[in-house]
Design a protein around this ligand. Structure first.
Ligand SMILES: Cc1ncc(COP(=O)(O)O)c(C=O)c1O
Length: 481
């Protein structure tokens, strides 16, 4: 019988055992996991084992059944989600944190990097100075944290404290239909309700119309609802559009409404000199989010929120004293040991107490390739989207739905003989997924179903753009001949 395997000194042996299988996976030669579900599901779905099989056997099952049946998302040609495979450095730094600093609390080198990495992100993305950052699990939580602070701030101005008393008033959050649904979910979780999100119309480039926002704000003044936040996209999920941040920020200032910028995907776009001017209005933001697990190549589970007023975060999310920590931590600043303090109280600025050391991963990613390396990646992906657009314009059977702003390019196959182009493009997309090499998503633009690659993965290179266009044409030609 195998008992708990707690001995130290076996990690390198086990990593060596597993590494070849992970590298094999990264060659992406294995069939899609769905093709042999019978085999791996029956191998994995067993009754809970009363007796363990030991580490060697577990590793062997991982090598045989888990790793070869992993995700398509890691493929460099997979451009459908805005999360990708982590870079090796992202995976290794995360593993190091899990092993050597299993908690965000304490005075460890890992935890020290929490603050360093946040300030590197702020500097790299040219955020207003003095913003307080906090890591969380990703864009969903990062938006929740930003909007939580917005809610606290809006109600405190009216002499109320929603963190303690809840929300009894109708609220309004202004965003566009292009805003990510985590904005609506945040509104719901924060007790304001999904219906508090008022959709402001977009222009032909899918960007919020400032005039429409002004009009809506004036109308809503009569209703007595509390205006909690104006939300802008710095890179929308559907099309990569960037809302006019400067104008929206000025309106927010004028009306004294919190200005939240969702840059989960697109904030790193500011590194592209061609696009940098579009981010000018960030200076007016009260809160800004960005995901390291998107364009920066971190493993999934790392987002960040930056806010101007850290007091609002503290008032919203402060978790209160805990008996079990009273004597564990030293409060008089006379630290003698790394265990004497919880470290910087990030747990009071968000919704997690226990959390991994995400800063060390972000630090490692930036340290490895530097700001210039990140810039090269971002510029390459943006240029790839533009290259797709240029190729599309030269093909009579392709139609560009929208000039790309960031690294998303929306286009579709067209043929005069075909009445239902949405159905045709859906079929093309199905075939792309089945072929399993170039895997974009689709989205809807003004009623048109379009093919939507989002170039973002560190391993996604120029030829993936060319290959996708070629494959769409081949499939479209085949289906319409
Ligand atoms: C603009 C934007 N905001 C928020 C999110 C949610 O992020 P996450 O999936 O990390 O929770 C996404 C996800 O793609 C996004 O694109």
């Amino acid at each position: 019988m195998y008992e708990e395997q707690a001995e130290c000194g076996l990690l390198s042996k086990r990593l060596k055992q597993l590494a070849p299988y992970l590298e094999q996976y990264q060659r992406f030669e294995q069939p899609d996991a769905m093709l042999n579900t019978d085999v791996w599901q029956s191998a994995l779905n067993r009754p809970v084992p009363l007796k363990g099989i030991g580490a060697e056997q577990v590793l062997s099952e991982m090598a045989k059944h888990l790793i070869p049946n992993g995700s398509q998302i890691a493929k460099p040609g997979c451009t459908s989600y805005i999360t990708t495979a982590a870079t090796d450095m992202g995976s290794l730094a995360t593993l190091a944190g899990i092993v050597a600093s299993p908690q965000r609390v304490g005075l460890t080198a890992f935890n020290y990097l929490e603050g360093v990495a946040l300030s590197w992100l702020a500097e790299m993305f040219d955020l207003p100075s003095g913003m307080q950052g906090v890591f969380s699990s990703g864009g969903s939580t990062a938006n929740l944290i930003g909007l939580g602070a917005a809610r606290q701030s809006a109600f405190e101005r009216l002499g109320m404290d929603p963190a303690n008393d809840g929300v009894q008033h109708a609220c309004n959050i202004y965003a566009t239909e292009q805003s990510h649904h985590t904005i609506h979910r945040s509104a719901s979780v924060l007790g304001m309700g999904r219906n508090s999100v008022i959709h402001i119309p977009v222009d032909e480039k899918m960007r919020l119309c400032p005039e429409a926002l002004r009009k809506q704000l004036l109308e809503d003044k009569k209703t007595g609802a509390v205006a909690v936040a104006i939300v802008a996209n710095a890179g929308s999920t559907n099309t990569g559009s960037i809302d006019p941040l400067q104008e929206i920020g000025e309106i927010a200032r004028e009306h004294k409404i919190w200005f939240h910028v969702d840059g989960a995907y697109g904030l790193p776009g500011t590194l592209d000199p061609q696009l940098h001017p579009l981010y000018k209005g960030l200076a007016l933001a009260d809160s800004i989010t960005v995901d390291a697990h998107k364009w920066l190549g971190a493993p999934v589970g790392i987002g960040a929120t930056f806010v101007n007023d850290s007091q609002a975060l503290q008032k919203t999310f402060n978790q209160g004293a805990a008996d079990y920590l009273e004597t564990t931590v030293v409060t008089n600043q006379q630290f003698e040991n790394s265990m004497d303090s919880l470290g910087f109280p990030y747990h009071d600025l968000g919704v997690e107490l226990s959390a991994p050391t995400r800063g060390a991963t972000v630090w490692a990613l930036i340290r490895e390739i530097g700001v210039e390396g990140m810039r090269a990646r971002i510029c390459r992906h943006n240029a790839m989207a533009r290259r797709v657009a240029e190729q599309v314009k030269q093909q009579p059977n392709l139609e560009l739905a929208l000039e790309p702003t960031l690294s998303i390019c929306c286009f579709r196959y067209v043929d005069k003989k075909v009445e239902d182009l949405n159905a045709l493009n859906k079929q093309i997309h199905r075939q792309l997924v089945k072929n399993g090499v170039n895997i974009p998503s689709t989205t809807m633009i003004n009623g048109k179903l379009v093919i939507r690659p989002c170039f973002l993965g560190a391993r996604t290179d120029w030829h993936h753009a060319d290959d996708l266009v070629k494959e769409v044409l081949e499939i479209g030609d085949f289906l319409t001949r």
